[in-house]
Every structure is written in C-alpha cells, then in structure tokens.
Design a protein around this ligand. Structure first.
Ligand SMILES: [Zn+2]
Length: 274
C-alpha cells in the first residue's frame, strides 16, 4: 500500500529547546521545541499582505536526533529547517483548579512533528528580520504531504464555518508510519491519526467524495491553534477552562485514490482490485 507522511518546515524558534531528562547523566529522553512557520499564500483577499503563521511543536525521543539538537545549541531567533513526519500520541494533560487548587488531569491527543533531520539556516536578532526571511521562504516554510485513510464515517464528519466565514469540513484519517518511531510500543502503534480540516472548494470536494475507508493524498500544510477546553474539577466540581495546543492538516488539494464515492456510486474494495 502506498505510504506517505512528509513534513518540511523552515521557521524561527522562539525559545531554546526543552530537554526532558538529565544531560550530565546522558539520560535525556525527549527534546521538544516550537517553531514559527508561514503558509504559502501570504496574500489574503483583495491581494492585501496577510501572512498566516503556524506554531507546530517538534518533539523527538530518538537519541540520534536529540544529540543533533543538543549539538546545534539552538537559541531564540535561529532559523532552522526540519524534515519530519506527522505524529500523534496520547498524553496526559495536568491543570490546576482555580478554586481548590487540586491538580486535575485528562487524556489528550498530542499532535506534533517528529523530526528526522534538523539544521540551522540563519540567525536573526529581531523578529522583524525573522518575519522578512519567512516571507521570502513562504513557499517552503510549511509543507505537509500525507497518504491516509478516512477512519470515521460520514455522520461523524464535522461541518462548520470559520470566524472568517469560510466553510470547513473536519475528519480524521489513519496514516501508516513509514519510519519506525523510537518510542513505538508495538505494532498497533505504527499508525498516526491526524485530523484534517479542509476549507471552501476543497471541503466541497471532500463532502462529495469521502466516506469511511477512502484513501486520499493530501498536499497541504500543518495548521495550529490553541483552543480552550472545559474541565470539571474532580474535587470541588468547579468548571474551568484550560488552553491546549492543537494541530491539524489543512489541504491545498486532496486526491481521491481509492474507495471514494464516485457520482453517488460507491466503489467497493472488490471493484477497485479488478
Ligand atoms: Zn476544584
């Protein structure tokens, strides 16, 4: 089966990477940092200059890549290039109740970029210089290409309208891993489950063509946001909200490869094999 899970980011890092574990004892288990990247289309409606930024999280448990990141000694204002894959992982988020201060926790799907290669390209002392560099590299700053299979049925697709009045469709896909992740637990772990959010014309095509099991090729970018999530305190039942980091894939285009709805006639897997 065709596999693709490719991300290329060229962007500025805002803060030094965080290392989990102890550097002196050589027990660093994870390196994690956030990048500022820019989307390909830097002009909005009416050709006005409206650059759109995304802030993907890059995280790795691979000792080799952790070593590369340590050796680069990355610092605020560095422009780096990352080649990696889209990775999803179940994590526990902890947050403090504002009323009784009990630490509540809930499970959440972390969406991040797992790097296979990191290099420093430039350094800028001011964010204006960094922005100007990104503008000139918008074409290669935020690229995501995946082949995936829709893993929710049509009634679970989410239709909606964004704040800017763009219609969208949100659905989940399963993407098989090409590269074995260092922290894979077993065979079941060799799949990532990103959400895809398509807009306007692309969303209209998706509504017509997609169903559970459709295999698609997405040419797009990683789209990040920081939504508020409602939490109910387990101790005092106070409702409060906490911010989480989220990332989806937004397609520039979607190719329908297999098992799609074709003019109302659903292709069955048997027909495709002929
Ligand atoms: Zn409480």
């Amino acid at each position: 089966m065709a596999k693709e899970n490719f991300i290329l980011l060229r962007g500025v890092i805002k803060k030094k990477p965080k290392f989990i574990g102890n550097a002196e004892e050589n027990t660093i288990k994870e390196a994690i940092f956030k990048m500022t990247v820019i989307r390909r289309d830097i002009f909005g409606r009416g050709n006005s200059f409206e650059p759109k930024m995304d802030y993907p999280i890059v995280s790795t448990s691979s000792p080799e890549i952790i070593r590369q990141i340590i050796d680069l000694n990355l610092t605020e204002g560095d422009v780096i290039e990352v080649k990696g894959t889209y990775k999803t992982k179940g994590i526990e988020i902890k947050c403090e109740c504002p009323n009784c201060h009990k630490i509540n926790s809930f499970s959440y799907q972390l969406n991040c970029v797992s790097p296979q290669f990191v290099q420093r390209m430039a350094h800028f002392d001011t964010s204006a210089e960094g922005l100007s560099y990104l503008k000139n590299h918008a074409e290669i700053s935020n690229i995501c290409k995946v082949i995936g299979t829709v893993c929710v049925s049509g009634e679970n697709f989410r239709n909606g309208e964004s704040e800017n009045g763009d219609s969208f469709l949100k659905y989940k896909i399963a993407v098989n891993r090409k590269i074995k992740e260092f922290d894979s637990v077993d065979k079941e772990d060799h799949v990532d489950y990103p959400y895809v959010c398509s807009f306007n014309d692309v969303a209209a095509g998706d509504r017509k063509m997609l169903k559970l099991g459709t295999m698609i090729y997405i040419d797009g970018f990683v789209h990040t946001s920081a939504p508020s999530i409602g939490v109910l305190c387990g101790e005092c039942s106070t409702e409060f909200s906490t911010r989480v980091q989220n990332m989806n894939i937004t397609p520039y285009s979607v190719e329908y490869l297999r098992d799609y709805i074709d003019n109302g006639f659903e292709q069955s897997p048997e027909q495709t094999r002929e």
